[in-house]
Design a binder for this molecule. Structure first.
Ligand SMILES: CC(C)(COP(=O)(O)OP(=O)(O)OC[C@H]1O[C@@H](n2cnc3c(N)ncnc32)[C@H](O)[C@@H]1OP(=O)(O)O)[C@@H](O)C(=O)NCCC(=O)NCCS
Length: 187
């Protein structure tokens, strides 16, 4: 069971293929971990590498079950022919004073980047947040040198709110991140 919002979206790519965007369910756990290890190995812009996010399949299953039940958290997947090619998670706060706000993370497999899949998942999240009775602010952190992602976030309404230093440590190099935020108004 997912809390309320069950919408699915279909995105047509220029080459004629289609991408399905839907909420993740606990049974996706194995595929999600496999996907995250793949995308982690492809990017220096995520908080994990080829080792993945450091959860066992059973922990990932529990996480997806918790998110599906929560009214202020979201996990969605982008699939091509049933294979995960992108994912987005938003984790809302647990305390009453923090339930309206959370941070999201997003990735798209390199092979399928630049085709609008990231934008489509972000649009899904904004629509979900607007119809929720809870979420009113969406934060993110992005490496200062991830220009393509920053441009995409700005175009979608995020504004620069701060900067954090030594945010990730990759191959002996510290990386600074921008803090960006976007208000969400109820629909
Ligand atoms: C950042 C990321 C999530 C963006 O997802 P994406 O699917 O590549 O993004 P989109 O295709 O929706 O938009 C990105 C660009 O493609 C362009 N684009 C959108 N739809 C398009 C289409 N149909 N055809 C061609 N280009 C398109 C956008 O205009 C945008 O252009 P820009 O480079 O000028 O900003 C993805 O590239 C990624 O996972 N990168 C590695 C990990 C990462 O950086 N994650 C974010 C950490 S904060």
């Amino acid at each position: 069971m997912t809390a309320g919002y069950e919408t699915e979206r279909e995105l047509q790519l220029p080459g004629g293929q289609s991408v399905r965007i839907r909420r993740a369910v606990p049974d996706d756990a194995g595929g999600v971990l496999e996907y995250l290890r793949r995308v982690g190995g492809e990017s220096q812009n995520l908080t994990f590498g080829a080792e993945g996010p450091g959860l066992t399949e059973s922990e990932e299953r529990d996480y997806l079950a918790r998110v599906a039940e929560a009214d202020n958290s979201l996990a969605i997947l982008a699939l091509m022919n049933g294979v995960i090619v992108g994912g987005l998670t938003f984790d809302g706060g647990r305390r009453p004073r923090l339930r309206h706000v959370g941070e999201f993370g997003i990735s798209v497999a390199r092979e399928h980047a630049g085709l609008g899949i990231g934008r489509a998942m972000i649009e899904y999240m904004i629509a979900w947040a607007a119809q929720s009775s809870v979420v009113r602010k969406i934060n993110l952190k992005v490496r200062v040198d991830n220009a393509g992602a920053i441009r995409l976030y700005q175009r979608m309404g995020w504004v620069h709110e701060g900067r954090t230093t030594r945010d990730t440590l990759i191959d002996g190099q510290f990386n600074d991140c921008l803090l960006m935020g976007r208000a969400v108004d109820p629909r």
